[in-house]
Write a protein that binds this ligand. Structure first.
Ligand SMILES: Nc1ncnc2c1ncn2[C@@H]1O[C@H](COP(=O)(O)OP(=O)(O)OP(=O)(O)O)[C@@H](O)[C@H]1O
Ligand SMILES: [Mg+2]
Length: 295
């Protein structure tokens, strides 16, 4: 059943987010396939912005444009008021943007704590590598990094796993660690691609509460198929269908929009009832390997 919307508290003024992501007229073509056609989306400071749409609508493509993994054939991206001419994934942390990808993408050969420390490298003065390899001058930095990583793990209720290796942990815990790694850099914008996949109802509810808490200090762009989560946590929702934007609005407006319901016909998601089809025919990401991560 649907749950009441989570509390949307006003952040204290000193921590209120100010960063805006503006994506304007974004088009992407893969060979002959038009994945996105003139899609615009603005994530306002402190907003949780949902990006939804049926399978193949272009959500992941738009998400990948926002994190520099896909270069649009046309369109503009402005972040904190400046146009990003060539956004590359390696610049994200420095720009104050963090992401979690659809899988978990943790480094299998590093402990949980080390994985999370990787995410904080923009805050280490001597650089993450020197801290990791314990070059003597970097001792203080490493200590600070470690503290920040432990704080991030604590926020995700995962300090108990600090010395464990990701492969030995249940999938939902790995997802929490991946989120801690994104949060440790204290981003102004958090990009989440299907963070609820593979989670139980209870875990999904906790995730929803966490996202609302985070929105007091950062903006969030949420790509998600679980409609009850989207409807509960988002301030605003953009709906894509076949690469085109078909609706933008509050959860209430989206739920009442006949064009959105129609776009989802034949899909396994009931927008109007915003129920969750957990464990449905839609493929959830299985807890496969933990390699191949990128920080
Ligand atoms: N790398 C690629 N090469 C070719 N076509 C692609 C590529 N990535 C996506 N597409 C196509 O672009 C369209 C949009 O795909 P995208 O993955 O963005 O959709 P989506 O909304 O994320 O779908 P889903 O809900 O299934 O994850 C689809 O037609 C897809 O087949
Ligand atoms: Mg996708």
């Amino acid at each position: 059943m649907a749950e009441a919307p989570l509390d949307r508290t006003t952040p204290p003024p000193d921590r209120a987010p100010t960063a805006r992501l503006e994506m304007t007229d974004i088009s992407v073509a893969f060979g002959g396939v038009t994945a996105l056609e003139a899609v615009s989306l603005t994530v306002e400071p402190g907003q949780v912005h949902g990006l939804i749409g049926p399978n193949g609508a272009g959500k992941t493509t738009m998400f990948n444009v926002a994190c520099g993994l896909v270069r649009p054939s046309s369109g503009r991206i402005a972040w904190k008021g400046s146009e990003l001419r060539r956004l590359r994934p390696a610049q994200l942390t420095r720009l104050g943007i963090a992401r979690t990808l659809q899988g978990v993408g943790l480094f299998a050969g590093m402990t949980v704590l080390e994985n999370v420390m990787v995410g904080a490298h923009r805050h280490a003065r001597s650089g993450f590598l020197s801290a990791l390899f314990a070059i003597p001058t970097a001792d203080k930095d490493e200590e600070r990094l470690r503290e920040r990583a432990m704080t991030a793990l604590a926020e995700l209720d995962a300090t108990a796993y600090a010395e464990r290796y990701p492969g030995s942990l249940p999938y939902p815990v790995q997802k929490r660690v991946a989120l801690a790694r994104a949060l440790v850099a204290e981003p102004d914008l958090l990009l989440l691609d299907e963070p609820a996949s593979g989670l139980s109802e209870d875990e999904m509810h906790e995730l929803g509460e966490l996202i609302r808490t985070l929105s007091a200090r950062m903006s969030v762009l949420l790509v998600e198929h679980h409609m009850d989560l989207v409807m509960r946590v988002c301030d605003r929702i953009t709906v894509l269908d076949s690469g085109k934007p078909i609706a933008v609005g509050t959860p209430e407006e989206i739920r009442a929009n006949p064009a959105v319901t129609e776009a989802y016909l034949g899909d396994d998601v009931d927008v109007a009832a915003h129920t969750t089809e957990f464990g449905s025919t839609r493929s959830e990401t299985a807890p496969t390997g933990t390699e191949g991560a990128s920080a």
